[in-house]
Design a protein around this ligand. Structure first.
Ligand SMILES: Nc1ncnc2c1ncn2[C@@H]1O[C@H](COP(=O)(O)OP(=O)(O)OP(=O)(O)O)[C@@H](O)[C@H]1O
Ligand SMILES: [Mg+2]
Length: 409
């Protein structure tokens, strides 16, 4: 049985007319009906998860669930129990018998995202389950069986990881029987125009914003940019510009301004940052730092307005200040400890020093960065310079989000 490509494209919501995306679709159509494992590779934001869902939905297991596991986000200590389950009492905290993701995905599909991040010891067990469907719960000697289709994804170079001894070659060879590479957006610029159109329509519709379209020149400019964050970045860009230029027809000038806001300010704007600009470093990283600063500045502005508009008593404590929405400003600490100078440079009030802990700042930074990246943990971790595991631990510690990202399709 061969899947019809047009139907597949409609059903999966995969946008793109380029030869490259058509090839991806063709491959999905070929592999979806066969119960074979697939390894999806591609840079960040290229659409690996979208493709994984499309494979699941076009296959025989479509009516069963697809369990999504972000292997990079689960702490090493509990990854096996998460994947394979555990027996009551098998380790401290194992209060009950518990099913793992593989058992939950029985008859369906499991999507092992960021598979390159899996610890070596776990990789042996993955290989076994991949080959035979067999696994054991932690603390149990009984072999169990799960009928699961495996789709894995990575944006690591697994070849490289194998060379360095971080990834088992046997698992790699087993996984790469069917490899689906999702190309970077800059290598399929024809897709930009239909993507912009669709993202813009969806966003303006669901937010009740008047949409007047993008001028052809504006789209042309978008095609010249190299989109290090790929489709995710394009989507965010479209949404941001539609908010900033509400109700306007989007011109090339607007696009130019927004794009250069992101990349030119180091030299042109009045931001004096001790940022070492490494020519080889990912431009996206710089983008991230700057955007964080812009956000911070916006918040600063907001607080300043609140202070100016409201009573500030002679102790310097703001009375009756309407509670700034928590999610907007992170913690209450922020309100209490911020000092807004004219230049907006000094952010922590001197008298808050001693009162304020590094963890408050950390929590705030994590909350905001997560929000900035739409809860994309890998990007958040990278931009904050911590490992994804550390980020995961801190999210738990600060109770920022429910335990483990676990979704069903
Ligand atoms: N071809 C496409 N058509 C429509 N939307 C897309 C397409 N590719 C990606 N997207 C959208 O772009 C965003 C990122 O896609 P996705 O999460 O699948 O990327 P990813 O490769 O898994 O990224 P990461 O490496 O960061 O995990 C999502 O909002 C997704 O819906
Ligand atoms: Mg992904």
């Amino acid at each position: 049985m061969m899947v019809d490509i047009d139907r597949l494209q409609k059903q999966s919501g995969i946008i793109g007319t380029s030869e490259k995306i058509q090839q991806v679709l063709k491959m999905i159509a070929q592999v979806a009906p066969v119960d074979i494992s697939v390894l999806i590779t591609g840079d960040s934001g290229t659409g690996k998860e979208v493709m994984a869902k499309a494979i699941h939905k076009a296959g025989r297991r479509a009516h069963q669930q697809m369990v999504i596991v972000n292997c990079g986000a689960i702490p090493e200590g509990i990854i096996e129990s998460e994947l394979f389950g555990h027996k009551k009492g098998s380790f401290t905290g194992a209060a009950d018998d518990r099913k793992g993701y593989f058992e939950e995905a029985h008859k369906g599909t499991i999507f092992l995202d960021e598979i390159g991040e899996t610890p070596l010891e776990t990789q042996v067990k993955l290989l076994r389950v991949l080959e035979t469907g067999e696994f054991m719960r932690v603390g149990e000697a009984k072999t169990r069986y799960a009928d699961v289709r495996i789709i894995a994804a990575t944006n690591n170079d697994l070849d490289e990881l194998v060379k360095k001894g971080h990834f088992r070659p046997d698992l790699y060879y087993r996984l790469k029987t069917v490899m689906l590479n999702v190309p970077a957006l800059r290598n399929r610029v024809e897709d930009i125009s239909p993507m912009v159109e669709r993202f813009a329509l969806e966003f303006t519709r669901s937010n009740d914003i008047l949409y007047r379209g993008f001028m052809p020149d504006a789209v042309r400019l978008l095609k010249q940019y190299d989109w290090p964050g790929n489709v995710r970045e394009l989507k965010n860009f479209v949404e941001r510009i539609l908010v900033l230029e509400k109700g306007e027809r989007i011109t090339a000038e607007m696009v130019q301004r927004e794009l250069s806001d992101a990349f030119a300010p180091l030299t042109e704007k009045n931001i004096h940052l001790p940022v070492a600009v490494d020519q080889t470093s990912d431009r996206a990283e710089i983008d991230i730092i700057l955007r964080q600063l812009f956000l911070l500045r916006q918040d600063t502005e907001l607080i300043r307005n609140l202070i100016v508009g409201k009573a500030v008593d002679n102790t310097g404590i703001i009375s009756n200040m309407p509670l700034v929405h928590d999610a907007e400003l992170g913690t209450a600490i922020t309100e209490k400890s911020m000092e807004i100078t004219e230049e907006g440079h000094s952010l922590i009030r001197d008298d808050a020093i001693g009162d304020m802990q590094l963890k408050d700042l950390e929590r705030d930074a994590i909350t905001r960065t997560l929000r900035f990246f739409n809860n994309n943990r890998r990007k958040t971790a990278r931009s904050l310079g911590m490992s994804e595991r550390t980020l995961y631990r801190k999210i738990e510690e600060y109770e920022l989000e429910p335990k483990i990202k676990r979704r069903r399709v």
